[in-house]
Design a protein around this ligand. Structure first.
Ligand SMILES: Nc1ncnc2c1ncn2[C@@H]1O[C@H](COP(=O)(O)OP(=O)(O)O)[C@@H](O)[C@H]1O
Ligand SMILES: [Mg+2]
Length: 280
């Protein structure tokens, strides 16, 4: 296909040779399959910040590090320079998170380059080498659901141990590659230790996995891995090998118990709101 304008710059730089096709356009970005020599990659072009929802702007930019104070002031004031700085912070947050997570061995597409607002990364592919489907487009047996749920919980733990909470993890942002699920779409990822919303986002991410895979494997529905994982994390007791039970028995002497329970209640209310809004 003819390269869209924003990919033209990458062709001129020799970063890619040609554009094969556009993948389904999500809410924040346009994504293309591109070729470079014998290789196939994926190019993600971010949409303008103005097209994004307000909530993301509030939740996700909190505590995000900016390069200098002029930038911080401009972002706070919402000047044109400020909006541009915010835009760049958002885009580079995804790039930073991808490099950090790929280095930590998390199942994310390997980032290759970030040029002129375009992220070039590994194409997550199915057995035939085509772009992999989202979990939402696949039907699972109870056994497969249990297995993928366990794999993804381990990835959530690996991310948290690397200091990152995804923040928008769901069946729409996980692709089923030939060798298992791969996590994508990280511009809203937050620093687990430095963001006040990290607990709520982690609980919501894990809850999305529970309810999605619970459709195929109802035994997963009563599990409480989110509170268990966050509790262990805040206690400094979470590592990749920590055995998880899926049960959360609050320790009566625990100082952060109230905070965890508050987060659970917030998550529940938020989900209730969402369902109301969607007319469920
Ligand atoms: N690395 C990748 N490999 C294959 N497909 C991808 C890749 N990244 C994104 N996609 C496809 O593009 C869609 C949108 O990408 P995503 O990062 O989720 O952006 P958005 O913010 O628009 O949701 C995804 O649902 C997926 O189908
Ligand atoms: Mg997405």
């Amino acid at each position: 296909m003819k390269a869209p304008k924003r990919l033209q710059a990458l062709i001129e730089e020799g970063l890619i040779d040609s554009v094969v096709r556009q993948l389904m356009s999500g809410k924040e970005a346009q994504v293309f399959v591109v070729r470079q020599g014998e290789d196939t990659f994926c190019a993600k072009i971010y949409k303008e910040a103005t097209h994004r929802s307000f909530r993301q702007a509030v939740d996700y930019t909190e505590n995000r590090k900016v390069k200098n104070s002029r930038q911080a002031r401009a972002m706070a004031k919402g000047t044109r320079f400020g909006r541009q700085a915010q835009e760049e912070a958002w885009q580079s947050a995804e790039v930073d998170a991808l490099y950090r997570l790929a280095a930590a061995g998390v199942r994310v597409p390997k980032p290759l380059n970030f040029y002129e607002g375009v992220l070039l990364m590994e194409l997550v592919a199915d057995e035939a080498g085509d772009a992999a489907p989202r979990l939402n487009d696949v039907v699972f047996s109870a056994d497969q659901a249990r297995q993928h749920h366990a794999t993804l919980l381990a990835e959530v733990v690996r991310m948290l141990c690397a200091g990152v909470v995804h923040g928008d993890l769901s069946e729409f942002n996980i692709l089923l590659a030939a060798d298992g699920p791969v996590i994508i779409d990280l511009p809203q990822a937050v620093d687990a230790a430095g963001n006040n919303h990290a607990a709520r986002m982690l609980l919501r991410d894990v809850d999305n996995l529970r309810s999605f895979f619970g459709r195929f494997c109802p035994a997963l529905l009563p599990t409480a891995y989110g509170p268990e994982i966050w509790h262990l994390y805040t206690k400094g007791m979470l590592s990749q090998d920590t055995p998880l039970t899926g049960r959360f028995v609050p320790d009566a002497h625990s100082v952060d118990l109230q905070a965890v329970l508050r987060e659970i209640e917030d998550t529940r209310l938020e989900e209730q709101d969402r369902r109301l809004r969607m007319g469920l």
